[in-house]
Design a protein around this ligand. Structure first.
Ligand SMILES: Cc1cc2nc3c(=O)[nH]c(=O)nc-3n(C[C@H](O)[C@H](O)[C@H](O)COP(=O)(O)OP(=O)(O)OC[C@H]3O[C@@H](n4cnc5c(N)ncnc54)[C@H](O)[C@@H]3O)c2cc1C
Length: 398
């Protein structure tokens, strides 16, 4: 096992770290206070050239994979976790999934738009009645490849839906659309490009936004992650063609699972970044703050818990790295990604709670970084598969 980072990986890590400190740190509090992405953020992210290395070589990138992304996400999440989630979505949906599954003739231009944050990617799966249980989804695709499909339904929470340029959407395809279906190019592939061989009755679709058939509701107010801008959607979109599908109709579950596995690994990295940031602030305070004539960090009770926090952070980081290692293996990846996400996100909640405790009352005051990180960390145990549902997944793959 060699955990030494390669020079290119170190370079990306350093690039994202410097960018986050110089360009994102001044925005972190504003994100929390306003609950909105600053208008200039996409331009700032574009100027940082963060995602260009992840484009395929033939599109001017370096074809970098998931591992350097995980390194970079940790750095951004230390400063602005919500921007880490935005970057993760942009890289995993807009570049990696689009590159692997898009059928659209403008695919290459779309990848470049994603890398430059010119068009934001949104992911829509959860519905009011279908949260953890997506088999209860009511959003459905109907129609035929010749005349076009219609997708109809609603989604409950879609990050950045109001500002997105593309909506990646999971819909059910309950009934074979028509006899011609079997002859359509999109339906004729025996196995999905994600490696699955079973029809799931679900289809992934990529719609351009704004779209006359997609109505975006008001942004939900949230406990943390200000700027995540999650809105409900009403969808009644016609004229969807095979080229708008990701992968093959009826094989969408495989595509969705791959996106989710990668997003779970990314959320683990965001969790590590949150933990590390909270640890650093708390450690600085523990050295400076004196009570009973001593630095509070000299009390063994705190030292042991700092040691526990350090153990959790390092273990979470290694969990995420291990999940990347097996991400290409269909059998292992879901389980390993679930383990990494559970451990890193639950650790982030534990470490940020401890950091609030170390800060004393200061840690409870709005505007203190650990207070914000504590609130930000809470969502990570819910989104992209709750801790409970991911435990079920691990238990099902002993
Ligand atoms: C700010 C925000 C942004 C979001 N962004 C997006 C987005 O961009 N795209 C998107 O598709 N979704 C998004 N979501 C939705 C999020 O992913 C879901 O809320 C999450 O998956 C859980 O679904 P639910 O809220 O319906 O909870 P439920 O499924 O109702 O679960 C409630 C509780 O029951 C537990 N539970 C459920 N089933 C089981 C079981 N079988 N065994 C044990 N326990 C169980 C859960 O773990 C949880 O604790 C977002 C949510 C929020 C709050």
């Amino acid at each position: 096992v060699n955990l030494q980072l390669e020079p290119q990986e170190l370079a990306i890590q350093e690039q994202w770290r410097t960018f986050a400190r110089e360009k994102l740190a001044p925005l972190a509090e504003q994100l929390d206070l306003t609950g909105e992405l600053p208008a200039q953020l996409p331009e700032i992210l574009r100027s940082g050239n963060l995602l260009k290395p992840f484009l395929p070589v033939e599109l001017g990138g370096e074809g970098q994979g998931l591992f350097p992304l995980v390194l970079g996400l940790e750095e951004v999440a230390r400063v602005a976790p919500v921007v880490g989630i935005l970057c993760a979505q942009q890289a995993i949906l807009g570049i990696r999934a689009m590159n692997a599954f898009a059928n659209h003739p403008d695919k290459q231009a779309r990848l470049r738009e994603a890398a430059g944050f010119e068009k934001i990617y949104a992911l829509a799966a959860t519905e009011i009645a279908a949260g953890s249980d997506l088999s209860a989804m009511e959003t459905a695709l109907s129609g035929s490849p010749e005349s076009g499909y219609t997708v109809k339904g609603g989604k409950a929470y879609v990050n950045w839906a109001a500002r997105a340029g593309y909506l990646v959407l999971l819909a059910s395809t309950p009934v074979p659309v028509s006899a011609e279906t079997a002859a359509s190019p999109a339906a004729s592939t025996a196995a999905s490009p994600a490696g699955g061989t079973e029809k799931s009755g679900k289809t992934m679709i990529c719609l351009s936004l704004p779209h006359p058939g997609v109505k975006v509701g008001a942004v939900h107010k949230t406990m943390g992650l200000g700027g995540i801008e999650a809105s409900p959607l009403e969808i009644d979109a016609s004229g969807v063609m095979d080229r708008d599908l990701l992968g093959v109709r009826d094989f969408g579950q495989d595509v969705y699972d791959r996106i989710m596995n990668e997003m779970r690994i990314a959320m683990a990295a965001v969790g590590v970044g949150i933990s590390q940031a909270a640890y650093d602030v708390a450690a600085g305070h523990a050295k400076a703050r004196k009570q009973f004539g001593k630095a509070i960090g000299s009390f063994q009770s705190l030292q042991w818990r700092f040691a526990d926090a350090a153990v959790r952070i390092e273990a979470a980081r290694l969990h995420a790295w291990r999940a990347v290692e097996v991400a290409g293996s269909k059998l292992l990846s879901a389980k390993q990604a679930a383990m990494a996400k559970i451990f890193a996100t639950e650790s982030a909640f534990w470490v940020t709670d401890f950091a609030v405790q170390v800060m004393g009352s200061k840690g409870f005051l709005l505007g203190n970084p650990v207070e914000r990180l504590f609130r930000d960390s809470r969502f990570l145990r819910l989104g992209h598969g709750t801790s409970e549902v991911l435990r079920n997944l691990i238990a099902a793959h002993p």
